[in-house]
Design a protein around this ligand. Structure first.
Ligand SMILES: [Zn+2]
Length: 195
């Protein structure tokens, strides 16, 4: 049974490549966080950091899990800028969890699907419950979501998130990638992770 698009290393690498493409647009661009006290605004230099892979069962996690990130070059600023990511949502939780949840939410997290989630991804019922709450309580309150929702016809039903959102993207693997790209801003809006 397929539960996740990021289940295999190849699929993971595809998502990683998307993140690299997004991050490439930030390299050596001007820092947008320099305070007024800095005479000459800095440029962004690479300063990646490693994240512990999460959401995968033991032995199934990717060998390395690097979050693309940058630091300002200007003395007196040095602030970190972290690009959007299709692999990380809300900074901490791993994409696989989200994807698996979407699969689970297609028909509701029944006992069989919960077992698959536990075995393949090492996520338990509590994690699933927490993530359902996040989608339906926190996510729906984000201005980003209200904006995105307006562009989707018909509007996804919030009580059925994230499955209803995936539906707007065709419920295909390609659609999933598109959806995760669209969700990119969420990962930087709240993603103060790393430092
Ligand atoms: Zn700066």
């Amino acid at each position: 049974m397929r539960t996740s698009i990021a289940q295999t290393p190849k699929q993971y690498q595809h998502l990683e490549r998307i993140d690299k493409d997004i991050a490439a647009g930030y390299a050596f661009s001007p820092c947008s966080k320099c305070p007024a006290s800095v005479e000459e605004p800095g440029t962004l230099h690479r300063s990646n950091y490693e994240r512990k892979p999460r959401g995968f069962a033991a032995g199934k996690e990717p060998a390395t899990c690097v979050r693309d990130s940058f630091c300002c070059s200007a003395e007196g600023c040095r602030k970190r800028t972290t690009p959007e990511s299709v692999r990380f949502l809300k900074g901490r939780v791993y994409l696989g969890v989200v994807v698996a949840l979407v699969a689970a939410m297609r028909h509701g997290p029944n006992a069989v699907r919960m077992k698959v989630l536990e075995e393949h991804l090492g996520v338990d019922r509590t994690t699933v419950a927490r993530w359902c709450r996040w989608w339906r309580e926190d996510f729906v309150d984000m201005p980003f979501w209200r904006e995105l929702r307006r562009t989707l016809v018909p509007r996804p039903e919030e009580a059925l998130l994230p499955g209803s959102l995936w539906e707007r993207y065709g419920r295909t693997r390609e659609g999933m990638i598109e959806m995760l790209k669209a969700l990119g801003p969420v990962t930087t809006a709240t993603g103060r992770e790393g430092r």
